[in-house]
Each structure stands twice: as C-alpha cells, then as structure tokens.
Design a binder for this molecule. Structure first.
Ligand code: FES
Ligand code: FES
Length: 399
C-alpha cells in the first residue's frame, strides 16, 4: 500500500492504495465520485476523462500513485463551474446525450475545448472531441452544443486561453515529485469551510430536468402580495428551512435551505438571481446550491404569477417550480417523492405567507428551521391514501 495525498474537487484527501490502483478506481471506490464512468478501461473511449492539474486525463490508465500531490477535478467538482454549467444547458438543449454514459467525460473534454479554441469551428471541435466516444447520439448534437457555448462566450468577449492552464509538460499528474506534503496541502477542514462559502458569481439560466406546477390562493389583494414578494427576507422567513446568509440585494440573494426528512438531510448553500416584472405581477428566482455532505448540487427556478380573484380582494399565486439535482441525493430523490415534498413545502409556505400578510409575524417559522419529518411523512401518507381511495371508488385522477 502507498499513501498518497491529492486535492480532489478542492478538498484535501489522503488514501492508502495499492500501487496498481487507477485514478478512476480511486475516485469511484474510495471517494464515492461515481460520476467518473468506466467504459473500455483501455484509454480508448474517454468516458473516464477527468482533470488532473487542469488537463483532461484518462483516469482508467493513470495510476493514482503517479498523481501524488496533484489537483484532481471530477465531474462532481464542475457543478458550479461556469463553462460546465453552460455546457450542461447546451447539451440538454441540443439533445447531445441519450443514455448519458459518455457525458461526464464529454463535458470535461468539451470544457477544455471551450477554453482553448479561439473560435467555434466544426472541424476543430470534431478533432478535439475525437477522443470521446458516444454510442448513442451520432455526435451532431454534441458538436452543436460545444459550438453554441464557444460562440456565446466569444460573443461576450471572453477570449480563448491557448494553453488552458497547462503549466507542466509530461504525463498527467507528474510535476509534483519534489513537493513535500506540508508544502502542498492545507488542512482539509479549512478547505471544506472555504468551499462551502463559495457562491457562484454568475447565476446562469438552465433547463430544469423536472418542472411542477403548484398554486394557492391568499385572501389579500395582488398588489399587497407582490409587494411582499419584493421583500426577500420576508419571503425566506415563510419558507420552512430557508435562511439568508448575506444581505439581499434587489437582484441577488445568498442563502441556504435545510431539508431533513428522517435519515435524509441536506443543507444547500448557494445564491439566487431575482427578476420581477411589475407590469404583469410576475417574477422569477433562479438559484444554484450545494450540499457539501452529500456532494449534491441543485439548480432551481421558481416562476410566479399573481392573478386577482374575488374582485381583486384575493390573489391566486401560480408557481412553476423547476429543478435539476446532481450528486448522491439525485440517486434517492425520486421525482414522485420530490413532487410530494414540494407540494407540502408550498402548502406550508402559503400558510405562512397568509399569516405574514395578515400582520402576524410571530407564528412564522424561525429561519433555518428543519422541516418536520413526521408531519411531512403523515402529509404524504394522507395524500397518497386519499388518491388511493379516489382510485378505488372510481373517482378523481389516477396520478
Ligand atoms: Fe478510460 Fe475508456 S474507460 S478511456
Ligand atoms: Fe449514450 Fe453517449 S449518450 S454513450
């Protein structure tokens, strides 16, 4: 066994591993970073491509021990990366994936191309991506997606970086041999804290993988409800588990939301962009957040529209909630469960909002309160039992 130390996705890690262990196996088997896929395990298909010291690397044919001291970034470490975020949206838009098996490696290679290519050139993109094989898509959508991101960035005057951060020649991970451990590594806890505090500067648009619609009515006029929606601190205090972590600005807010149901708990830290349209009494909140413990990331979007009811004395609040979840929580966050949870959250939010609009701030939940797992569970069971009864009696929908 050899003990090696790496910086993986900005965290210091130390592992005792066999000299024959590949970097891919180390990521997957000892760090749970299963976004690194294994296809051929012969350095041919590119599914296992990750960044080692910023350079795309076949992790299936790279010995972990040869990377001692290197900085490794897997697909999980690119959750908040600006280029990877743009690429993910473009891949979704251009149908650049089907089964998705090749996609983590594709994104890592594509990101390097986006950094390096001075202009979007079909041939250069095809050559650059030729080390990544896809058995599903036929590549047309992939090339279109990469091209679109390069074009969009160059149009925003973001110039290419010819070497894309490459500083050393030689095999991936080499170039650290003369470093001592103390020179290379900061304490892991400090790095985790620092990472947790990072919120992306740019909150990009994205295409949610799941969208659900919810609505409720409050007995207050639309103008009053819209004014409250402008007070982000007040809105956050109505949302169970939510807390602001910075002073909100009109267009941006930083905060956290804690979700705890039984054994599953997550604390998403992040930031959101806020947009409002006074004329149509509508708005949009687009956020991105990370849960350090489960190494999961969510992007979410809430679109709302306020409609008058009962001659303008009441307001119907229409919400379209979209989200994409990646990381370990995505494996347990089945869409039906998340949908039920969102319905319960919206119901609690509506009640708190109504009380707040009535001037009753004392009954609003304290910020950062955990969700009550028992009441959520009973709520879910009640709703499911009601649906089952409706189905048995032949009435109502079959959802
Ligand atoms: Fe590494 Fe195919 S699994 S190149
Ligand atoms: Fe299936 Fe590429 S999307 S292998």
């Amino acid at each position: 066994m050899n003990t090696i130390e790496l910086t993986v996705n900005k965290r210091s890690v130390q592992r005792a591993i066999e000299p024959r262990t590949s970097l891919a196996d180390m990521m997957r088997d000892t760090l749970d970073l299963t976004g690194t896929h294994l296809g051929c395990e012969h350095g041919v298909c590119g599914a296992c491509t990750i960044l080692v010291d910023g350079v795309p690397t076949r992790s299936c044919i790279t010995f972990a021990t040869s990377c001692n001291g290197a900085a490794v970034t897997t697909i999980e470490g690119l959750d908040d990366d600006e280029i990877a975020t743009e690429l993910r949206a473009a891949f979704t838009r251009e149908h650049a994936l089907q089964c998705g098996y090749c996609t983590p490696g594709m994104l890592v290679s594509a990101r390097d191309l986006v950094l390096r290519l001075p202009e979007a050139d079909d041939k250069a993109i095809r050559v650059g991506m030729s080390g990544n094989l896809c058995r599903c898509t036929g590549y047309v959508g992939i090339v279109r997606a990469v091209k679109a991101v390069i074009e969009a960035r160059r149009a925003r005057d973001i110039v290419s970086e010819p070497n894309a951060g490459r500083t050393v020649l030689g095999p991936a991970g080499s170039g650290h041999k003369s470093c001592t451990v103390s020179q290379k590594l900061a304490p892991a806890a400090a790095i985790v804290t620092e990472t947790a505090a990072i919120a992306p500067l740019v909150i990009p648009d994205f295409t949610p993988s799941t969208v659900m619609e919810q609505n409720f009515t409050v007995a207050h006029p639309p103008a009053k409800v819209f004014a409250l929606f402008d007070d982000i601190a007040a809105v956050a205090s109505c949302l169970p588990g939510a807390a602001l972590t910075g002073t909100p600005r009109p267009e941006r807010v930083e905060g956290a939301i804690r979700v705890k149901i039984g054994p599953i708990s997550a604390n998403f830290n992040g930031a959101a962009r806020v947009e409002r349209n006074d004329a149509s009494l509508a708005g949009r909140i687009i956020g991105i957040g990370n849960d350090q413990r489960s190494r999961s990331t969510t992007q979410g979007e809430i679109r709302y529209r306020l409609l008058p009811e009962h001659d303008g004395t009441a307001t119907r609040v229409e919400l379209a909630i979209g989200y994409s979840l990646t990381g370990m929580l995505a494996q347990v966050g089945r869409s039906g469960l998340v949908r039920d949870l969102a319905a319960r959250l919206v119901a609690e939010f509506a009640g708190n909002l109504d009380r707040r609009l009535s001037g009753d701030t004392t009954s609003a939940p304290s910020t950062a309160a955990d969700l009550n797992g028992i009441s959520l569970l009973f709520g879910l069971l009640r709703a499911r039992a009601a649906r089952l009864l409706r189905r048995i009696s032949g009435r109502g929908d079959a959802t």
